[in-house]
Design a protein around this ligand. Sequence first.
Ligand code: GCO
Ligand code: MG
Length: 409
Amino acid sequence: MRISSADIIVTSPSRNFVTLKIVTEDGVVGWGDATLNGRELAVASYLSEHVLPLLIGRDAHRIEDTWQFLYRSAYWRRGPVTMAAIAAVDMALWDIKGKVAGLPLYQLLGGASRVGLHTYGHASGRDLPELFDSVRATLEEGHRSVRIQTSIPGVRAVYGVASQAQSTGERYDYEPAGRGSQPAEEDWDTGAYLRHLPTVFEAVRNEFGSELPLLHDGHHRMTPLQAARLGRSLEPYDLFWLEDCTPAENQRALEVVRRNTITPLAIGEVFNTIWDFQHLIQAQLIDYVRAASTHFGGVSPLKKVMDFAAQYQIKSGFHGPTDVSPIGFAAQVHVGLAIHNFGIQEYMLHSSLTESVFDQGMTFVDGFLHPSDRPGLGVEVDEEAAAAFPYQRAYLPFNRLPDGTMHDW
Ligand code: GCO
Ligand code: MG
C-alpha cells in the first residue's frame, strides 16, 4: 500500500499545532503530530523540505523500516526537531495501519491492560485559598491525582501558576507560550522556593487528607543538592512524584538526588530518544518516564522505552500538556492502555477551539481516560476549520534570578 501524498497543516486554535497528513493510493488517511512548542515552523520545514519527498511511493505498512530509514539515513541523528518530524510520520503510519486493520491502535499493541488510564490534572494558585479552589476544580474535572504549583512570596511571576498575568491573558493551561514577538520574562529565586514549597504541601495535606496523590514539577531549576534537599523536605507529604528536579543534560545529578531522598522522581519530557533514558533506567535513578510520543519519535520508540523500563519496575508518566496535539496525545493514550507498566497520564484538556479542529473520540469517565475505539488513533482533523486559525508566533516564557542572571527552565 503506497503513500501517494503527504502534507503539513499548521493551525493555531488557541495555540499552534503542526500536523502531518499522509494519504495512501487507496485513499486511507493517517494523521501525525509534529508540534514543538515555540519552534513549530522548524519542524514543519524539516518535514516539508526533507522528509515528505522521501515518503511518496513508500509502503505505508513498513512502519519500523520507515522509522529506521528516517533516523539512520540522515547521518545527523536525534534532536527535538528531527525526532518530532519522525514522530509525526510514525504516528500517521500507525493510524493508517489501524484503519486498514479496522482496529484501534491499542489493539495492535497487544490490547488493553487495564480499564482506562488514571490521570493527573494541574492545580495552582497565588495563595493557599486560590490553590485549594484550583485543587477542587481539578478534582471536579475528574482527575484523581493533582499537580501542585504555587507562587512564591516576593517573586513576581512564576511559571505554572495559571492565575498569574501571562502576556496573552488567555487561560494558562491552553497556552503557556505567549503569542507575540518576544518571550515573557518571569522570575526565579531557588532559596525562596525551597523554603516555601514544603509549607504549601503541608497545607494541602491538611486540607485534602493523606490519600490524594500529589505531584510537583520543578521545571529543571535546581542543583543536585538543592533537589535532594527538596525531595527530602517533601517526604512527609508523600508525593506521587517530583518532576524534572534538575536540568536534564547532567544525568549524574540524579545520583546525588537519589542517594538523599526517597521521594519518587520523574524526568524526560525534553528527552528525544531511548538513549537519553539508557543510564537513568539502568541505574534505577528514576521512577517514571516522562517522554511524549510527539517529542520522542512516535509510538514505536515510546513502546520500546517502556518495555526497557519494565525490566526495572519503572513506569510511564507521559508528558501530556496542551502543546502535544490531540493526535500526539491519543497516540500515547493508546500506548498507556496497552503496556503493563503504565503509571499515570498527565492530562491538561485541550480548549474547545482546539477541539473544533481536532475531533477526538476518547472518553474520560469516572477518573479513567480511554482512547477512542475508532480504527487507528481515533482523531480526525477538520482541515477547513484548521485553515481559519493561521499560525501565530509564540514563545514560552523564560526566567531570571534576582540579580538578573538567566536561569534554567
Ligand atoms: C508539564 C510541562 C509543561 C511544559 C510545556 C513546554 O509538565 O506539563 O512542564 O508545562 O512546560 O509543555 O512546552
Ligand atoms: Mg513538566
